[in-house]
Design a protein around this ligand. Structure first.
Ligand SMILES: [Zn+2]
Length: 217
């Protein structure tokens, strides 16, 4: 048993499931990356760069510190590792980060449209508004800065302009669940917009209620 087996296994299980379910730009895709923070340490387990997930084992998941130095790593970490670290540095409530190229959320990334919470479950689990993070090229320090600039709204999902999606959680299970919830919200909103009918919004009192519930968690 390795020292970080638990975190590496959590990352691998989530990566394989999301890959098999098409969240990484194809049913065997690897367009995305996942990390889990080691409790009380500035260390993360993160998917490696540019490798398929379907035949990966626990030891292929990279473990590195916040300076991006390898702790236990057979492969180079994801090129988005700096973005993951920036999130952990700005949000102490976040212990897991999932970045995907999921289809319906990606539609909103190119029409540059935020997704409001239109169902109680979104307001409760994710936040009042899933905002767009301004574009910067993948893997750049500028993208990490742009993400950090949006984290103050305490939301658990974001859309990266012309790129993909980000889902956060206090646990990997929560970040994983939010990834699915975001895709459901994006899919339903997209189809609702196509009808041309007015979109029914949640009452402001409902949004305020769930904001207070989330703050007290
Ligand atoms: Zn990406």
């Amino acid at each position: 048993m390795g020292k970080y087996d638990q975190e590496q296994k959590a990352v691998l299980d989530c990566a394989k499931w999301l890959s098999e379910h098409g969240y990484f730009g194809g049913f065997r895709g690897s367009g995305g990356n996942i990390s889990v923070k080691v409790a009380n340490q500035n260390i993360i387990a993160i998917t490696p760069s540019g490798r398929p997930y379907w035949d990966m084992s626990i030891g292929d998941i990279s473990v590195m510190d916040f300076e991006l130095k390898p702790v236990e790593a057979k492969h180079a970490p994801s090129k988005e590792a700096g973005m993951h670290v920036a999130i952990y540095q700005h949000r102490s409530d976040v212990q897991a980060v999932v970045h995907t190229h999921q289809t319906y959320a990606s539609i909103f990334s190119i029409i540059n449209l935020s997704i409001p919470a239109l169902f109680d479950e979104i307001a409760n689990e994710i936040g009042a508004l899933i905002e767009i993070v301004p574009y910067a090229i993948s893997g750049s320090a500028e993208l990490a800065q742009n993400v950090a600039g949006r984290l103050g709204n305490q939301c658990l999902c974001y859309i990266l302009q012309n790129h993909g999606a980000l889902s956060l959680g206090a646990t990997i299970d929560q970040a994983w669940k939010n990834t699915e919830l975001l895709e459901k919200a994006a899919q339903v909103y997209y189809h609702a917009l196509l009808t041309g009918r007015e979109i029914s919004q949640l009452p402001k009192e409902t949004i305020d209620y769930f904001n207070k519930m989330r703050e007290s968690k």
